[in-house]
Design a protein around this ligand. Structure first.
Ligand SMILES: CC(C)(COP(=O)(O)OP(=O)(O)OC[C@H]1O[C@@H](n2cnc3c(N)ncnc32)[C@H](O)[C@@H]1OP(=O)(O)O)[C@@H](O)C(=O)NCCC(=O)NCCS
Length: 177
């Protein structure tokens, strides 16, 4: 199943489900976490449920998956990671995405988790290209991707428009080799 979580020592990954709504609200109500994302900070659990519904619908169609991240043995959701998109028809690529609660930044969490998420795409699903779209200015995300062997391919100028303004999107990719 596409939702089967990768194993990462010290962490528990589990596909997002409706029970995660309060935790997801806590995560995405932080303006710092959402600063470079295409959503306004969440205000209500119903908005978290909309995101979970989207993730579940993507998974049901085999088009994507989002896992909630917890430290092993701890209940608190500290982030999410997964694939916004998996294309196995007219291409073999996936777009990864990730986020962490602000108090988890700078501790190597996503650097520990992403290798298993990347391996899922390349080794288990046979993808030959992984992408990530980063809003210009999101230096932490760029640094993380470079550590993971991604390189910037280009800039999609004014590709995004949210929070009342246009945003350039940086395209990062790593190829299977
Ligand atoms: C993008 C995001 C996940 C990056 O988080 P991060 O903490 O910088 O990345 P990692 O979890 O890999 O941790 C790396 C940091 O931990 C430090 N670190 C500590 N121990 C480490 C270890 N064992 N291994 C690697 N790094 C370690 C690194 O030095 C680095 O910190 P620094 O940049 O201050 O030097 C985070 O900024 C975030 O959630 N942002 C909001 C959501 C978002 O924008 N998502 C991306 C959309 S494209």
């Amino acid at each position: 199943m596409i939702t089967d979580p990768p194993r990462v020592e010290g962490f528990e990954l589990r596909a997002l489900s409706e029970a995660d709504a309060p935790d997801l609200l806590a995560l995405f109500s932080d303006p710092e976490v959402c600063a470079f994302m295409d959503i306004e900070p969440l205000l209500a659990e119903a908005e978290a449920l909309d995101i979970i519904d989207w993730a579940e619908a993507q998974a049901a169609q085999g088009l994507g998956v989002r896992w909630g991240v917890r430290r092993a043995g701890e209940g608190r959701l500290i982030g999410t990671v997964g694939y916004n998109r998996i294309e196995r028809g007219r291409g073999r690529w996936g777009e990864i995405a990730y986020d962490l609660a602000r108090d988890q930044w700078g501790r190597g969490v996503m650097s520990a988790i992403l290798p298993a998420v990347i391996a899922r795409g390349f080794e288990d699903w046979g993808l030959i290209r992984l992408e990530a779209m980063v809003t210009e200015g999101n230096e932490r995300s760029c640094a993380l991707l470079r550590r993971m062997g991604f390189r910037q391919e280009g800039v999609l100028a004014r590709r995004g428009f949210w929070k009342g303004q246009a945003w350039d999107q940086l395209v990062f990719a790593r190829l299977a080799d």
